[in-house]
Design a protein around this ligand. Sequence first.
Ligand code: MLT
Length: 408
Amino acid sequence: MITINEHYLKLQASYLFSDIAKRVATFQENNPDKDIIRLGIGDVTRPLPKACITALHAAVDEMASDASFHGYGPEQGYAFLREAIAKHDFQDQGADISADEIFVSDGAKCDSGNIQELFTTDIKVALPDPVYPVYLDTNVMAGRTGVFADGRYQGITYLDAVRSNNFVPDLPKEPVDLIYLCFPNNPTGTTATKEELKTWVDYAHEHKALILFDAAYEAFIRDESLPKSIFEIDGAKEVAIEFRSFSKNAGFTGTRCAYTVVPKECMAFDSKGNKQAVHPLWNRRHCTKFNGVSYPIQKAAEAVYSAEGKAQTRELTDYYLRNAAHIKAEIGKLGFDCVGGDNSPYIWIDGQGRDSWEFFDLLLNTAGVVCTPGAGFGKCGQGYIRLSAFNSHENVVTAMERISAELK
Ligand code: MLT
């Protein structure tokens, strides 16, 4: 008899963004003439940078002749891309990361969801609340939680990110083994200072814990005092893994390219308490379950690091940051408390006592604007909504005019 992994039955009915997409589709079906503006899922709308497109075309042409054709590539990614990443994203920023510590993949969502496979099911997991649902759901699927009750899974250590701690969670009160952190944060848009990250690195050393650091939004940081990578913090290489993506800096959400950094010094422990390097384990998993990102896409990603690519990706993130600033200003004028939007494409808005999903429905039904209900990111997100800056500036201006007209 084929039996199922019953941990899947503990999951909430559907993945947050699929749930929202279904609701929006139903609304559009019932209101075919309504013009909907999507400020919900963080999906980019601007075309790929010209440098990437040029590189992509050239690489596709290479695939057309015997002499330059590429079949399977190295599972970890081509050396040209891994070397460019190590130099430009880390070494030039003062973080000592080498090319063979970079694992190129098709998404930070997949990597941050898959990495937990390396660890036993009895570890204690700490997650911020609100949180990107992938971190939580993949641990539920793996059986690291009890049932869902009162808005939370039993067995998880939730780290509240609320107004009183400026949405940057405090250290856990009980010892934990695996810690998920994301800065600039999804969904709150808040950032962490070097000093704040240092307290987490120190905690991880003290408790033999591991930090999974999601830096998918680092390209939006404009405040130069803020860390873009956890590896800017002394001692982080022993206790942290970092996830990065080309989705939000270079518009690769539909193109798919990302990478994970697993330093060779990064250690976990076996059942006898002996140190085991994580790097060879992730390498083993990656080689077994993944066949690499396609050559043309890796060439397109490499172009992000050319002089033109750097200027064009900066222009892209500046464009979305201008949207974020506009949303923030208009929401502020309406008297709502909000955070994020300065070094991040997300604005986290306190609904002034409204239920998150009610606020979602209100904006959709009256203004035709899609947001993401904060409650979908966790219990502490109840009462909040997230607006994303990923849309055309014209659409963002129209969306804010409509919201202002409805909520004034
Ligand atoms: C989000 O809207 O939170 C993200 O776009 C989702 C993702 O990157 O998977």
